[in-house]
Design a protein around this ligand. Sequence first.
Ligand code: TPP
Length: 584
Amino acid sequence: MSERMTGAQALVRSLELEGVTTLFGYPGGVALPIFDALYDSAQVHVLLPRHEQAAVHAADGYARVTGKPGVVLVTSGPGATNTITGLANAYMDSVPMVVFTAQVAQSVLGTDAFQESDITGITLPITKHSYLVRNPDDLAETIREAFLIATTGRPGPVLIDVPVDVSKAEFDFVWPEHVNLPGYKPTVRGHIKQIKQAAALIAEARKPLLYVGGGVLASGGWKELKELAELMQLPVATTLMGKGAFPEDHYLSIGMPGMHGAKYTNFAITDTDLLIAVGVRFDDRVTGKLSAFAAKARVIHIDVDPAEIGKNKTVDMPVVGDAKQVLAGLVAELRKADAEPRTEGWMNAIDDWRRQFPLHYLHNTEEIMPEFAIETIQRITRDRKRVITTEVGQHQMWACQYIHVTEPRTWCSSGGLGTMGFGFPAAIGAQLGAPDHLVIDIAGDGSIQMNSQEMATAAINGLPVKVVVLNNGYLGMVRQWQELFYGHRYSSSTLAQDCPDFVKLADAYGWKGYRVSDPALLEATLREAFDAEGPAIIDVRVVREECVYPMVAPGGSIDEMLGGVPGGPVSDMLDDDLIKEVWE
Ligand SMILES: Cc1ncc(C[n+]2csc(CCOP(=O)(O)OP(=O)(O)O)c2C)c(N)n1
């Protein structure tokens, strides 16, 4: 049955029918008809951030913790262009999202009208799909398609550009019962022959290893992953995007591989005879020098996106399909074959490396070591329902190393794009999606300043997020590279620990603000802030020139790590010749 309404009302009705309850929106001229229609919605709650980039990151955080698509609405021109970093971030990390941009009227489209920008053109390479709606009759179907495309196969952001004449026009709204998208049929079920062959390889292998990424979380396949790992006693390395797909306190968990992975993780990958890659894309931050990555192994690659297979690494056994389904298929085949685990010796070897080369740092009773700060966060929150988000930089890598994620969808970090300024708005979105969780953004003093205006959003909306700033007065990761590879020439990487004064900033926004520089007071300060009722920021003054170790130099092979040997000052652990050789 049809109902007469405007395009803007139809858009809102379509969102309601898609089950949307939260929208991250920032208004402007040509978006006003849609915001006006939203004013009447009892279902869709609109969160007004202070910047459109933050709206998209918040929607991203919301999507990561809920598994539901994030929804954004912005105005044309600058509103639309401000979404670009957020879209690219979501695209790189395969996060489901539908972003509506309002557009100038079609009568002036292409004339450089006020606040016109070709947003579908600009975002073509960073969206899974995009639409320009030319007729109100197409709105509902477009929205249905967009939600389907965003959330199925390999998830990703879809953009819908809505000219103001379309949102103002009156027409007869009909909700399409079915969507038919010829040419869009993601392969969900893996090919049974390939699954059988992969299962046979797993049953035979002596040194198999699961290399697991965000695809497992996107597919909801964590239960099946655990079943497979336990059935065959397979060690599991989880990437930055895969954290939470397998409990990191499990005895089979061997942590994060790659540039700042533990030595034992990278040694295990270097020595494995069967790499079972699930929902990963062989990112260069993981593989280092590709020719040396798992060079002794046969490779099974399971991914829903066929374009990923063989993109970076030659694969022996591809399985295109949804990770959850393929993992379930592998478990079924291995059970049918009564396959027995054969990895005792292999796990012992990995445990030996784990004992010999644990993650470690030098303890300090005078000043707070950044690693100690993160270990403390881990220790005092591990039994709570929590979500950790991060910004980008050294603190992010230390968080990867020392935060042990045990529950799926409780970790949000910008993996592919590496976006400073992501973590705080993502925490706001995560808090909306998981209201009963303690949500903590682990930040650097550089990154937090990229979206600190959102302190207003959290305060006004009663979102009790906590921001822990590891304040080293530097763009620390840049400084680290300059220390190691540019002769300590700290060009444009020095900030000021006292500017801004984060405690005063907290006061300005109605937040609680804390500062701590004494290691003995760290735990109590964090506890007080985490237990405080509203949002809180903790300025943790840390040792300024600490480096993240171990480190694989860019382009180096992952078993040649700098630092990371226990005992003695870190500088003694670095092999200068190796740095030179790998870097040059
Ligand atoms: C938007 C953006 N700009 C620049 C960079 C490059 N970059 C990567 S890490 C980093 C420094 C981050 O500094 P901070 O947030 O203080 O964290 P720290 O490394 O000190 O822990 C920079 C500038 C980036 N990743 N994102």
